[in-house]
Write a protein that binds this ligand. Structure first.
Ligand code: CP
Length: 331
């Protein structure tokens, strides 16, 4: 797809990706990712307008169905839909009939029966979004399914890195931390490799997912247990949250030992900056400050943490636009 202009954002795209849903980062090839990121760049200009509103999705209804907590993803999908003039409804497990025992299928069919155009779903079960897409005619966007995937997070991460680093082809991205419990890492791996980035996954042996070696060997990314060895060659360092709520056992002896081995501490920030003054730091949030990332690194000039949040709105506007806009004109 050729880049859209601000003027054409108010009309349907001339070319759009052919998938009905966005369930996995693997749904998108390189051209489709680039089309979404190009449109996101145009959508980003809306944030600085006095009137933050495009008529693009007027008359469309988007339901955010969140069965897990969220600050960034839910708010940014809501803002994205509203800035595109869609009607946006938020449904969360707490306060819905789910708390009375209604099943996921019945909840989804009930909402779909109201005539919604898109369902944005977050659920603790891996595969939930795929399952929902089989039950409804509405477009489905995966806003995080268990430890499986978070495709719009990977898109906004790629967008944020690209804004600072330019084309990600050949750039070295280190993804560091709790790989085992992360849905962000899987989606980022797919998107970054599709864009031609070099990726190194860094984690203690206890937090390296089983089977990752075979994937790394077939796809050509690296694995390491030594953050200090990887940092000097990194263009971007993506720190992952230690997901204690998903841990059933002891994955590291103490928080202090984890930070010593795998935290982006002030000395490591200095190493990174000395080796590559243009290197950037990402974190999908929410952050455990002082555990996987020191405040010095989270708030450093190299940190993209708030850029990622801002990009989240633009990228989700772009995703909704590509899925929904001009749909009635498609064969
Ligand atoms: N990164 C992310 O998904 O954050 P939330 O859980 O706040 O949505």
């Amino acid at each position: 797809m050729s880049p859209t202009t601000a003027a054409t954002l108010e009309t349907p795209p001339t070319t759009r990706h052919t998938k009905r849903h966005l369930l996995s980062s693997a749904d998108l090839d390189r051209d489709q990712i680039k089309a979404i990121l190009d449109t996101a760049a145009e959508m980003h200009t809306v944030q600085s307008r006095e009137v933050k509103k495009l008529p693009t999705l007027r008359g469309r209804t988007v339901v955010n169905l969140f069965f897990e907590d969220s600050t960034r993803t839910r708010s940014s999908f809501e803002i994205a839909g509203k800035w595109l003039s869609a009607d946006v409804i938020n449904v969360s497990a707490k306060g819905s009939s789910t708390s009375k025992g209604e099943s996921l299928r019945d909840t989804v069919l009930t909402i779909a029966a109201m005539g919604v155009d898109a369902l944005v779903i977050r659920h603790s079960a891996s595969g939930a979004a795929h399952q929902v897409a089989q039950w409804v005619d509405a477009h489905v966007v995966n806003a995080g399914d268990g430890m499986h995937e978070h495709p719009t997070q990977a898109l906004l991460d790629a967008y944020s890195m690209q804004q600072r680093l330019g084309d990600l082809e050949g750039r070295h991205v280190a993804i560091v931390g709790d790989l085992t419990h992360s849905r962000v890492v899987r989606s980022n791996l797919i998107t970054l490799r599709t864009l031609g980035a070099k990726v190194t996954l860094v984690a203690p042996p206890t937090l390296m997912p089983s089977g990752i070696g075979a994937w790394a060997a077939s796809d050509g990314f690296e694995l390491s247990h030594d953050l200090d060895a990887v940092l000097p060659t990194a263009d971007a360092v993506m720190m992952l949250r230690v997901q204690r709520e998903r841990m059933s056992g002891g994955f590291f002896p103490t928080a202090r030992e984890y930070t010593v081995g795998y935290g982006l501490t002030r000395p490591r920030l200095e190493t990174l900056t000395r080796a590559n003054p243009d290197a950037v730091i990402c974190h999908p949030g929410p952050m455990n400050r002082g555990l996987e990332i020191a405040a010095d690194a989270a708030d450093a000039a190299q940190s993209l943490v708030l850029d990622q949040v801002s990009a989240g709105v633009a990228v989700r506007m772009s995703v909704l636009y590509h899925l929904l806009s001009g749909e009635e004109t498609q064969s």
